[in-house]
Design a protein around this ligand. Sequence first.
Ligand code: ADP
Length: 478
Amino acid sequence: MSDPKPNLIGGAWRPGEGAPNVSPSDLSLTLGDYARGTRADALDAVAAAKAAFPAWSRSAPLTRHAILRKAADEILARREELGRLLSLEEGKTLPEGIGEVTRAGQIFDFFAGECLRLSGELLPSVRPGVGVEITREAVGVVGIITPWNFPIAIPAWKIAPALCHGNTVVFKPADLVPGSAWALVDILHRAGLPEGVLNLVMGRGSVVGQAIVESPDVTALTFTGSRQTGEALALASARLMRKVQFEMGGKNPFVVLKDADLGVAVEAVVNGSFFSTGQRCTASSRIIVEEAVYAPFLAAVKTRLEALTTGHALETGTDIGPVVDESQLAQDLEYIAQGQSEGARLVTGGDRVSRATEGFFLTPALFADCTNQMRIAREEIFGPVAAVIPVRDYDEALSVANDTPYGLSAGIATTSLKHASHFKRNAEAGMVMVNLPTAGVDFHVPFGGTKGSSHGPREQGRYAAEFFTSVKTAYQQP
Ligand code: ADP
């Protein structure tokens, strides 16, 4: 066994005690060992990022552009290889893994372009002869803490704008998926980032994550993960008066009206609820269906789900890859048992199944006859489980859709312009989808939610500047 893949601190690869990266598709397959950083590693990384900040924040836009551009090119050129690694370590199917790597490349491409479009405003003051300049400045050292479900796309959509706007970074990926994170950092390092601008500290949230969060030198913190961790990070950050950007999951509704194209509705639900093994914060987990189409809709989704293949992420023909690990599988199975004990009807799936390799395979579970008060309709499960809730009409559908502590994404299937328009305006969510799955978003437009799903400015696209910069207003009398 070769040495564990090291952390990157202050431009040098630093070895550390390793932990194996095991594939959820095949528990006998280890994808190498990766260093688990210590508290001292995290603090050294923060110090290195702080030292690198003055020069990087003043670097020429063309320098930043060239590095991000080069990284984008390499990510895209290696999309098949990196997609394979991603699918093996996280469990999504190979086309999904390659798709995610492609998206990471596109994000770097987008922000490479943004480096050349940085701008400000020049206004006349209300006082004669005085000029007012409004510019955006880098915020400082950005702590980036990411989850396991998008091992390269989420790091990409946080790191790319951070670097584009002149910030330095301490990046801690999720412990379960160090492979994609390491590959991404290696690419950026070789693309020519000066030492200390991007630091990687892999390891546990309670050790590395906590050290980053507690450091007063981390001036902004961007996090995607669970609501519970988000709350703890928000409290710690409030004490430091630090800028934060948190994405924390959802319980996303998808409404099916009686005037919907049934084929469109079924595809949106099968994709939105179950693709990527349902492990997306934008997954639709509450399917709210008008009674008039309830029975045919359920029958069509059941038929479609039973034709899907659950199995090894790399096998051709697999539609649903494994659940990411044992504890997530246990949680999914617990919720499936909970749904049955609450009186929901399990229409299909929900079984742990065995395949040629030992892995965490779970068939997609569809519950019918649910109420919005059941735990499976209120709590985020983060697995291939969806709850179908019958409603009388559009008004009840909207009220059930909005009756949730979360507000990330909301979808509707309808051919009515009136209902589509009303839903876009009245769904309590940061993102609304009409005749499209709740999951699956573009990389050049804002991403984020309302209520308990998000806290702080939006991610992605030009809106990312809100978090990754602070605004300066300068007055001058010639
Ligand atoms: P998930 O359920 O997706 O694993 P978590 O919120 O537990 O969600 O984890 C998301 C990220 O937050 C991971 O990188 C994890 O290591 C990190 N993390 C977990 N606990 C803490 C903590 N106390 N401080 C900082 N980071 C943490």
